[in-house]
Design a protein around this ligand. Structure first.
Ligand code: GLN
Length: 406
């Protein structure tokens, strides 16, 4: 669904692009020769909401190769298919503080530091189902297509360019293979990986891929579940600690959005539960992160309070009203979304009202959702509080919509 014309969010995105447009520092990647041919002036940003609405500004239809922005999504496919325990036998999940192409393998275990740097990403590609590079790449492409919501095509020029100059990545693959952490031959792994990096996307695509992690693994445009909630959460966690390479710590402080960059000039950023952002601008800083992409996300985060650890002031109380009835019962009408902390507030504030006479009625009719962690707290409550002298439970629940489940 495209956002309406005159859309204020689009306006906010356009304003950010104008503010960063004069940043002409940095340089397009040249170590993959074909990447040096792109127009460095291109600049676009898209923000996709969890309702599947996409707000866009600038060159959102401009095509570029996904490069390392593919890494978290392939990690997500790997943990979704194989489980975290198996994947962790092949890679660590620790920030490396090193450049993306570092020769990074733990001496003792032979594992790459994390799946966001090349060493770990090549290992992830090698773990895809199938024996040949074509088979493994088909699994990657199919998975990334579900994240994006449409077919993806390889830029054969970029693929050829990287394949003919990618010896450092081959070296990483051979090291991983000799350490026993690669799931295929080095050649199969790097061919699949180079093709994966050469898939063509747009800023809009990256926003939709990112929001698919934000929703816990469901693409909100196609409504298709792409990976499990666990896989989406684990992936966002690794993006948080490792996504911006040796800038990851600083990035978390300044911008506070789990993100992943690529040398094609793209960045995908996730605000869990809220939205995904894709940016595109080809000139890179010395770490291989898009200069204007980083600047845009930093400005957006500052202007609109998007840091994931932003304190938004005291939350609305989950207790909408308290009424004492003639019978001695107290009716507590609850509202909104009840997660663990709301459950804690409800039960702590209302516990003193549970007297010898009358019982406390928790009315959930205004509650939209009760998180699983909160349910566990509520389920235990009546038993802990026990029964009134007349034999009735001291805490009763009214739940006409069944938000508490069984
Ligand atoms: N294909 C690139 C490489 O392996 C990806 C690197 C990146 O985007 N940081 O060198």
């Amino acid at each position: 669904m495209a956002a309406a014309l005159g859309d204020p969010v689009r306006h906010a995105l356009e304003s950010v692009l104008e503010a960063v447009r004069d940043r002409t520092d940095g340089a397009v990647a040249t170590y993959i020769p074909e990447l040096a041919t792109v127009d460095p002036e291109q600049l676009g940003v898209a923000l996709a909401s969890t309702h599947g609405v996409v707000h866009e500004a600038g060159d959102v239809e401009a095509e570029f190769t996904i490069q390392s922005v593919s890494k978290p999504f392939v990690f997500a496919l790997a943990v979704d298919a194989l489980g975290l325990d198996v994947v962790r036998r092949h890679t660590d999940l620790e920030p490396s503080g090193e450049p993306f192409n570092a020769i990074s393998l733990d001496e003792a275990s032979g594992r790459p530091r994390n799946p966001m740097i090349n060493a770990g990403a090549i290992v992830m590609s090698s773990l895809m189902k199938g024996d040949t590079a074509d088979e493994k790449f088909a699994v990657v492409r199919d998975g990334l297509e579900r994240f994006v919501g449409h077919d993806l095509v390889v830029d054969e020029e970029v693929f050829g360019s990287e394949a003919s100059t990618g010896d450092r990545n081959r070296a990483l693959a051979y090291l991983a293979r000799s350490a026993g952490t690669l799931g295929s031959t080095a050649e199969v792994a790097t061919t699949a990986y180079f093709r994966q990096c050469s898939l063509i996307v747009t800023a809009r695509d990256l926003a939709i891929m990112a929001v698919t992690l934000a929703t816990g693994g469901v693409n909100p445009v196609t409504d298709e579940r792409v990976v499990s909630e666990d896989a989406a959460r684990w992936t966002t966690a690794v993006m948080t600690s490792c996504g911006m390479y040796d800038e990851s710590g600083d990035w978390m402080v300044r911008v506070g959005l789990p993100a992943k960059s690529g040398v094609g000039g793209g960045i995908a950023a996730v605000q869990p539960g809220q939205f995904g952002i894709g940016t595109f601008s080809p000139r890179l800083d010395h770490r291989g992160n898009s200069v204007r992409g980083v600047a845009s996300l930093e400005l957006l985060s500052q202007r609109h309070g998007l840091h994931m650890l932003q304190h938004h002031g005291p939350p609305l109380s989950p207790i909408a009203s308290l009424t004492r009835e003639d019978s001695g019962d107290t009716i507590a009408v609850l509202r909104g979304e009840i997660l663990f902390s709301e459950a804690e507030e409800v039960l702590t504030r209302l516990a003193p009202l549970v007297g010898d006479h009358g019982c406390l009625v928790l009315d959930f009719s205004g509650v939209t959702r009760v998180g699983d962690g909160a349910k566990r707290v509520f389920v235990a409550a009546p038993e802990l509080v026990g029964q009134a002298p007349d034999g009735r439970a001291r805490v009763a629940v009214r739940d006409p919509e069944g938000v508490l489940g069984d």
